[in-house]
Write a protein that binds this ligand. Structure first.
Ligand code: H2U
Ligand code: ZN
Length: 365
C-alpha cells in the first residue's frame, strides 16, 4: 500500500468554520482544456466615464443623481433586494405565514418576512482605479466607511446582521468596473455567518479559545499556506479552500467586529488589502476578479465573544486570465472540489510582487 501523499493523492479536507468537507484532486491539473475560454476584460478605463452610473455627478436609475463626491460615496441601492418597510417578527404588524400539512402530509412550509436594506459604496471618485491601485490613505478611508456602515446599520432594531462585500469583475457578476462594494443588512442571520457562528460558539464552549486564533497559530507554525502578513493581519490560502486562489484574511487581534479595530489596525487592514489585491492582479497581469467580504459578529445586541473578525476572498480564475473554475456538476450535486492544492496556490501568491503590474506602464496616467 502506498503512503498517503496529499500533494498527489485525492483526499478530502475538513472546514472547521462551516463543518463541511471538500474534495482535493491534486493530480488533475494536467488535464487538457477545450471548454470555455473567457475573454480577458479590457482595462483601459478613463478616470471619468460620462455613461457610468457610479461616477461623481452622473445620473443613476430613476431620478437619482450622484453628488460631485471627491472621496467615498454611499447610497441606498436603487434596486435593493431587501426593503426597510417590511414587517418583522418583533413588530406589531408581523403575521407568520405557514402552509399547514394537508392530507397525509406532516410537512409544514414556512416563510417569514425579511426586513433589511441594501447600500452601494463607491470606494473612489476615480472610475479607473481598484482597491489594488488606490492610495493607502484612500483605502484607509474606505475602511472607515465600512466601519461606519456596520455601526449605523447594526444599530437599527430590525437589523441583526450586516454583510459588507465587493463583487469585482464581470466574471463575478459585477455590473460596473467603477470601484465599488455593497452592504446588505437584514433581520436574520444568513446561512454562511450562521454556520460560522455555530462553529465558533461550539469551539469557544469546548476550548475557551477563538477558533480562528487557534487556526492562525497553526498556520504561522506550519508556514505552508501563508500569503502575506503585517503587524495586524495574516492572509492564508485556507487548508480547506474551495476556489483556486481563495484566501482568508485573519485579524491577529481577536475582536468580534471591525468597529473594535484600533486606529493602527485600520491602517493595517488598508495595507494588507492593498498588498493582497496587488498580488492577485499580478498573477495573470489583469484586474483579478473576485467576491470578497467581511464576516463579523451579528448586531443583535447580544455579546458574541467567540466571533473572530475575518474576510474571505473567492476568486474564480484557475489557470490563466481566461480559464475559470466552474462550480458545476459534482460541486452542485455532491460537494465542492478543487484541483491545485491550497499549498501550491499559496506558494504562487507568495511569489508575486507587491508592485502592481500597471506601475510603470506608459499608458498609465
Ligand atoms: P454590483 O456591481 O456588485 O452588482 O453592485 C452594483 C449595484 O448597484 C447593484 O446592486 C445598483 C445595483 O442594484 N445600482 C443602483 O443602485 N443604481 C443604479 O443606477 C444602477 C445600479
Ligand atoms: Zn465611474
Amino acid at each position: 500500500m502506498q503512503q498517503f501523499n496529499p500533494a498527489q493523492h485525492p483526499h478530502r479536507r475538513f472546514n472547521p468554520l462551516t463543518g463541511e468537507w471538500i474534495l482535493v484532486s491534486p493530480h488533475r491539473t494536467q488535464r487538457p482544456w477545450q471548454g470555455q475560454v473567457e475573454i480577458p476584460p479590457q482595462d483601459n478605463r478613463p478616470r471619468y466615464d460620462p455613461t457610468c452610473y457610479l461616477c461623481p455627478g452622473n445620473k443613476r436609475a430613476g431620478d437619482a443623481e450622484n453628488p460631485p463626491y471627491s472621496q467615498t460615496f454611499v447610497f441606498e441601492n436603487d434596486f435593493a433586494a431587501l426593503l426597510p418597510d417590511t414587517p418583522f417578527p418583533a413588530s406589531s404588524s408581523f403575521i407568520p405565514h405557514h402552509l399547514p400539512p394537508s392530507g397525509g402530509s406532516s410537512l409544514t412550509l414556512t416563510s417569514q418576512p425579511e426586513p433589511g436594506t441594501c447600500r452601494v459604496i463607491c470606494f473612489s471618485p476615480r472610475h479607473d482605479l481598484t482597491l489594488a491601485e488606490m492610495e493607502l490613505s484612500d483605502l484607509r478611508r474606505v475602511v472607515e466607511v465600512w466601519v461606519e456602515q456596520y455601526l449605523e446599520l447594526g444599530a437599527l432594531p430590525w437589523i441583526n446582521y450586516v454583510q459588507i462585500f465587493e463583487n469585482k469583475g464581470a466574471m463575478m457578476g459585477s455590473s460596473n468596473p467603477h470601484p465599488h462594494g455593497q452592504v446588505w443588512a437584514n433581520y436574520t442571520l444568513p446561512n454562511e455567518p450562521a454556520q460560522e457562528d455555530r462553529s465558533q460558539a461550539d469551539y469557544w464552549a469546548k476550548h475557551g479559545r477563538s477558533l480562528l486564533a487557534d487556526y492562525l497559530e497553526l498556520e504561522l507554525a506550519a508556514q505552508e499556506r501563508l500569503v502575506v502578513q503585517n503587524e495586524h493581519f495574516v492572509v492564508v490560502v485556507p487548508f480547506w479552500a474551495i476556489w483556486p486562489f481563495e484566501t482568508l484574511l485573519i485579524s491577529r487581534h481577536h475582536i468580534p467586529s471591525m468597529d473594535q479595530l484600533a486606529d493602527e489596525e485600520r491602517v493595517g487592514l488598508a495595507d494588507i488589502l492593498k498588498r493582497l489585491t496587488t498580488r492577485y492582479d499580478n498573477i495573470f497581469n489583469i484586474s483579478f476578479p473576485y467576491s470578497m467580504g467581511f464576516h463579523q459578529q451579528p448586531t443583535d445586541g447580544q455579546p458574541h465573544p467567540y466571533w473572530h473578525f475575518h474576510s474571505h476572498f473567492y476568486p474564480p480564475l484557475l489557470r490563466s486570465a481566461t480559464v475559470r473554475k466552474f462550480m458545476v456538476g459534482y460541486e452542485l450535486l455532491a460537494g465542492p472540489q478543487r484541483d491545485i492544492t491550497p499549498e501550491s496556490a499559496a506558494e504562487r501568491l507568495r511569489e508575486m510582487s507587491e508592485v502592481h503590474y500597471k506601475v510603470g506602464l506608459s499608458s498609465d496616467s
